[in-house]
Design a protein around this ligand. Structure first.
Ligand SMILES: Cc1cc2nc3c(=O)[nH]c(=O)nc-3n(C[C@H](O)[C@H](O)[C@H](O)COP(=O)(O)OP(=O)(O)OC[C@H]3O[C@@H](n4cnc5c(N)ncnc54)[C@H](O)[C@@H]3O)c2cc1C
Ligand SMILES: *[C@@H]1O[C@H](CO)[C@@H](O)[C@H](O)[C@H]1NC(C)=O
Ligand SMILES: CC(=O)N[C@H]1CO[C@H](CO)[C@@H](O)[C@@H]1O
Length: 537
C-alpha cells in the first residue's frame, strides 16, 4: 500500500508537492483553507486576516524561463515578466496538465498536526482538519508536507516610533495596500525599502503630491531588464558565474549596478555588497528619484502629529499617510511547539526542509526560504528530495550531525545577515538546488555533457540555470528537458514578435564564430576548477 501524505496549502508550493508525491508513488491529500489554488498569487480586492494579500500591479521579479517548474515551461507567448494574474494562470495550467486538482480538498483548514503515540516506529502524524461548516475530522498520515506560505502575518513596528498615537493621518501596512487611488494629491511617507517598498513608493509617487521613501539601510537596486533588454536573472544566474569567486562577482555587480545610476549620488547605497545581501528589483525607482517625485529619507525617528522627524533631524510636515513596507512574519499555528527550537523560537530546519530533532523524517516544510533567484524551482526541488526521504529512498544524516550543520551554516550566513532568521532563510540559488539534486541523482554532470553533447553542455554551463537542467537525467527525468534548454531563448523572444524586424545579413554575424572555441575553453577551465574546488571541500 502506498504511503499517504498530507499536503497543507494549495499555493505554488502545495501544487508542486502534490505533483512530487505522485511522481514518487506517494498518495497525496491536500487541504486548502480557501476555495481556490494559487495562494499569494490570487489577487483579491478584500482583505482577509491570516491570508496573504497583494497589490493590483504586482509583477513577478523573476523571469518566466527561470521561474517555471522544471518539466513545464511557461507558454512561449507569455511576456518575460508576468503580472500576478498570468502567473496564477500558469499554476492553473500546471494543475490541469498533471491532474492535481482531484487531490485537493478546498475550504478545509488544517488545525493541528501531532505525532502518533507510536511515532518513533511508524513515523505517522495525526492531522485534524476543519471544513467550512466547522466540522472537525481527524486523519492519520504517513507524511506531512507543510506548504502554508510564510508571508501571512504583517509585521508593523509602530511601537518603535514615539508619538505614533498622535498621527492624525492614515497608517497602513503594505498588506492593506491595493493601489494608489487613495493617495491622490497627498503627502505620503513609505517606510522600508524592500521589493514592496520600492514598488509602492513608485506607484504612489505617480498620484501623490510628494512621496518620501524612508530606509535605514538603503539597498542596491537592480532592473528586471539587463543588457540588450534581456531578463536579468537569465543573464546572471548561470553555473559559470556561480563558480567565480565572490569578491569578483561583488566587484562586477557594483560596477553594473552603478552604471545604471550612481547609488551613492541617489542616496540608496547600502553598507553591504550586492552578492551578500539581495538587491531589490525595481525598474522605475531611479527615474522617480531623478524627477524628484520620490525623495529618499533616513530611518524614521518619531511622529509629532502630522509632522514626521527622521534620524538625521530633518522633518517633513503635513504628512497625510504612512505606508509601512516592513515585511511579514511566518506562523505555523498548527505545528507542534517542539519544532520551534531556534534561538528566537523560530522553526529550525535542516536544508530549510526537515526539522532535525524528529525520530523519523516524515515532516517537511516547503517554500520557506529566499534566494537571489526564483523560488518556484527551489520549492520543486525541495519536494522531489523530501518525497524520496519520506519514502525511504534517501536518508538524512543523524540528528546531531544535522544540528551541527545547521549551526555551521548559521554562523557562515551571519557574516552577511545580522539577523539569524534572515541568515537561515537566504540561500544561494544554484548551490542550494544542486545540493538536493545531487542526493536525488538529478544534478547535471557537466563534464559528461560537455564531452557527449557539447551544444547542450555549453548552454548548461554558460547559459541561464533554467530549471529544466534538473530533468535531464535520473529519477523524474523528462524527455522534453533537452529541447526546453535548447529553445529557452526562443521563448524569451516570442512575445516581442509583434512587429517583425528584418534579420541582419547572416554573413556578417559569422564574425562572432571565433567566440565558440573561446567559450568552450573557458567552460572546460571552469569545470576543471570547480571539480578541484569540490574535491578540496
Ligand atoms: C509581494 C510578494 C511578491 C513575490 N514575488 C515573487 C516573485 O516574483 N518570484 C518569486 O520567485 N517569488 C516571489 N515571492 C515569494 C513567494 O513566497 C512565492 O512566490 C510563493 O508564491 C509562495 O508560495 P507558497 O505556496 O509557499 O505560499 P502561498 O502562496 O502563501 O500559499 C499558501 C496556501 O496555503 C493555504 N493555507 C495556509 N494555512 C493553511 C491551513 N492551516 N490549512 C489549509 N490551508 C492553509 C493558504 O490559503 C494558501 O493558499 C513573492 C512574495 C511576495 C510577498
Ligand atoms: C521578489 O519579491 C519578493 C517579495 O518582496 C521577495 O521575497 C523575493 O525575494 C524577490 N525575489 C528576488 C529574486 O529578488
Ligand atoms: C514583451 C515583454 O513582455 N516585454 C517586457 C520584458 O521585460 C521588460 C523589462 O521588465 C519589460 O519592460 C518589457 O515590457
Amino acid at each position: 500500500m502506498s504511503r499517504r501524505v498530507c499536503v497543507i496549502g494549495a499555493g505554488a508550493a502545495g501544487l508542486t508537492s502534490i505533483k512530487g508525491c505522485l511522481e514518487e508513488g506517494l498518495e497525496p491529500t491536500c487541504f486548502e483553507s480557501s476555495d481556490d489554488i494559487g495562494g499569494l498569487w490570487r489577487f483579491k480586492e478584500t482583505l482577509e486576516p491570516g491570508r496573504t494579500s497583494i497589490y493590483r500591479s504586482l509583477l513577478a521579479n523573476t523571469s518566466k524561463e527561470m521561474s517555471c517548474f522544471s518539466d513545464f515551461p511557461m507558454p512561449p507567448e507569455y511576456p518575460n515578466y508576468t503580472i500576478h494574474s498570468q502567473l496564477l494562470q500558469y499554476f492553473r495550467l500546471y494543475a490541469q496538465h498533471f491532474d492535481l486538482l482531484r487531490h485537493i480538498t478546498f475550504q478545509t483548514s488544517v488545525q493541528s498536526v501531532t505525532q502518533q503515540p507510536d511515532f518513533s516506529c511508524s513515523g505517522q502524524w495525526e492531522v485534524v482538519t476543519k471544513d467550512r461548516d466547522g466540522r472537525e475530522e481527524t486523519r492519520v498520515f504517513d507524511g506531512v508536507l507543510v506548504c502554508s506560505g510564510h508571508f501571512t502575518l504583517p509585521f508593523l513596528p509602530l511601537s518603535q516610533f514615539p508619538g505614533h498615537e498622535s498621527f492624525p493621518g492614515h497608517c497602513l501596512h503594505s498588506w492593506e495596500y491595493k493601489d494608489a487611488e487613495a493617495f491622490r494629491g497627498k503627502r505620503v511617507v513609505v517606510i522600508g525599502l524592500g521589493n514592496s517598498g520600492g514598488d509602492i513608493a513608485v506607484e504612489i509617487s505617480r498620484a501623490a503630491e510628494k512621496t518620501f521613501l524612508s530606509t535605514r539601510e538603503g539597498s542596491w537596486v537592480a532592473a528586471r531588464m539587463s543588457s540588450n533588454g534581456l531578463p536579468l536573472d537569465m543573464k546572471v544566474i548561470t553555473r559559470f558565474t556561480s563558480m567565480l569567486p565572490r569578491w569578483l562577482l561583488n566587484w562586477a555587480a557594483v560596477k553594473m549596478l552603478n552604471q545604471r545610476f550612481d547609488h551613492r549620488l541617489y542616496g540608496l547605497q547600502p553598507t553591504t555588497r550586492p552578492m551578500d545581501r539581495k538587491p531589490i528589483i525595481n525598474d522605475d525607482l531611479p527615474g522617480r528619484i531623478l524627477q524628484g517625485a520620490v525623495v529618499l529619507k533616513p530611518d524614521l525617528r518619531e511622529f509629532k502629529g502630522s509632522v514626521l522627524q527622521f534620524q538625521d533631524g530633518t522633518v517633513e510636515d503635513d504628512i497625510d499617510a504612512v505606508v509601512f513596507c516592513t515585511g511579514y512574519r511566518s506562523t505555523f499555528p498548527f505545528l507542534p511547539k517542539s519544532l520551534f527550537s531556534g534561538r528566537g523560537g523560530e522553526l529550525t530546519l535542516y536544508r530549510q526542509v526537515f526539522p532535525p530533532a524528529l525520530e523519523r523524517p516524515t515532516l517537511a516544510v516547503i517554500g520557506v526560504f529566499q534566494t537571489k533567484g526564483p523560488i518556484f524551482p527551489g520549492m520543486e526541488m525541495q519536494v522531489r528530495w523530501a518525497a524520496r526521504v519520506i519514502s525511504g529512498l534517501n536518508q538524512l544524516p543523524l540528528g546531531e550531525k544535522m544540528l551541527s550543520i545547521i549551526e555551521m551554516e548559521r554562523i557562515r550566513a551571519m557574516k552577511r545577515y545580522p539577523c539569524p532568521m534572515q541568515a537561515a532563510l537566504n540561500l544561494d540559488f544554484i548551490p542550494y538546488l544542486d545540493s538536493m539534486a545531487k542526493e536525488i541523482g538529478v544534478r547535471p554532470n557537466l563534464l559528461w555533457l560537455l564531452l557527449t553533447d557539447p551544444g547542450l553542455g555549453l548552454r548548461v554551463l554558460l547559459g541561464p540555470c533554467t530549471p529544466y537542467q534538473y530533468r535531464l537525467t535520473g529519477p523524474g527525468q523528462w524527455g522534453g528537458a533537452r529541447q526546453a534548454i535548447l529553445s529557452q531563448w526562443e521563448r524569451v523572444a516570442q512575445p516581442f514578435k509583434t512587429r517583425m524586424v528584418q534579420e541582419p545579413d547572416p554573413k556578417r554575424s559569422c564574425a562572432c564564430l571565433w567566440l565558440i572555441p573561446l567559450c568552450g575553453a573557458a567552460g572546460l577551465l571552469a569545470v576543471v576548477l570547480s571539480q578541484c574546488q569540490l574535491n578540496t571541500t
